[in-house]
Write a protein that binds this ligand. Structure first.
Ligand code: MN
Length: 328
């Protein structure tokens, strides 16, 4: 990939943002887009798929690169889980290629696999993604130098020691890109803690003087410190499960100048709600995703929710099924 681009006649005119841009670097950080996700809802339109929402969120995240209030950016980094599964549907691959092609001509894009799509990026989608000019896909630790700023990409490892080894082999980096759970990351009330035999990365696994980590894997957006480093998780671009129904989704903008600045950028999400009694149906709006729980799990409530335009997670009157468990 090219670190510097020449302004040419086809180059879109982009206003100089501010003085601190000179010599600095602006990176749009996108993660956990989970394209091709398959969730079925009762009452959903025939021509709709939940994957459409994830594609729209992905495209909206990329559009921030040329948003007058956010862009221009020098680089787009996707820190893993582009696809929801290791063998993504053909359509999800085509959609990803189209979206990347639209931006990668203007801004270089770096894509690193996550735990969900590792095989997808390496095998099933490798050929299609390789054909996108300006897109770099790496499943190996890789160090890039952009205007003197060293960016180290260290792909997903289940073993923290293996991750640490791959990171150390790169030498000093100003920014590390990862797809891991770091010590101190939180999902709800759960807090990841690095301990022997665990997959969590702790301060002991970081190369010396690591200061900035752009990370995927944890879906609620958050920023926290690990030893001397700050880990920035932009979170997933759409809600991948009902447990994420209250989370604001988005991506991030890293600005490296005289200091380090990270802005979270919001994206719209489809409304999701749980209905646990008859009154709960009042909150259902058109096109919302609804999970019935407790005594609201009746055919009557389901019919009422669908009449109000809601789309309902399949459930059964039989003992809980695996299908319901998918969303927990
Ligand atoms: Mn993910």
């Amino acid at each position: 990939m090219q670190a510097e681009r020449q302004a040419g006649p086809n180059q879109k005119k982009q206003p100089a943002r501010n003085a601190e841009r000179a010599g600095g670097l602006r990176v749009l950080h996108v993660s956990d887009t989970h394209l091709g996700i398959r969730h079925y809802f009762r009452g959903q339109p025939r021509d709709w798929s939940r994957a459409d929402d994830h594609l729209a969120a992905f495209r909206a995240a990329l559009a921030y690169a040329s948003d007058p209030d956010v862009g221009p950016v020098d680089l787009i980094i996707h820190s893993g889980d582009l696809f929801d599964r290791s063998h993504p549907p053909e359509r999800a691959i085509r959609d990803a290629v189209t979206a990347f092609t639209e931006v990668a001509g203007d801004v270089p894009v770096i894509l690193m696999p996550g735990n969900h799509d590792r095989l997808g990026l390496l095998h099933h989608a490798a050929g299609a993604l390789a054909a996108v000019p300006g897109l770099t896909v790496t499943d190996q630790a890789l160090k890039l130098d952009l205007r003197g700023i060293r960016i180290g990409l260290v792909p997903f490892h289940r073993e923290p020691d293996a991750w640490a080894q791959a990171a150390a082999a790169l030498g000093h980096c100003d920014v590390i890109v990862a797809h891991q759970a770091f010590d101190g990351a939180r999902i709800g009330r759960y807090r990841f803690t690095a301990k022997p035999g665990d997959e969590t990365i702790g301060p002991m696994h970081l190369p010396p003087r690591t200061s900035t980590i752009l990370c995927g894997h944890i879906h609620p957006r958050q920023t926290h410190t690990v030893g001397p480093a700050t880990v920035y998780y932009p979170g997933s671009t759409e809600r991948t499960a009902f447990v994420e129904r209250h989370q604001v989704k988005g991506c991030g903008l890293l600005e490296l100048g005289s200091g380090v600045r990270y802005r979270t950028l919001d994206l719209p999400s489809r409304p999701m709600l749980e209905v646990d009694d008859e009154q709960g149906v009042d909150g259902v709006v058109d096109g919302s995703l609804v999970r019935l729980v407790g005594r609201a799990r009746t055919r009557e409530v389901e019919v009422e929710v669908i009449a109000r335009g809601g789309w309902v997670v399949p459930w059964s009157l039989d003992p809980p099924t695996k299908q319901v468990g998918l969303f927990q």
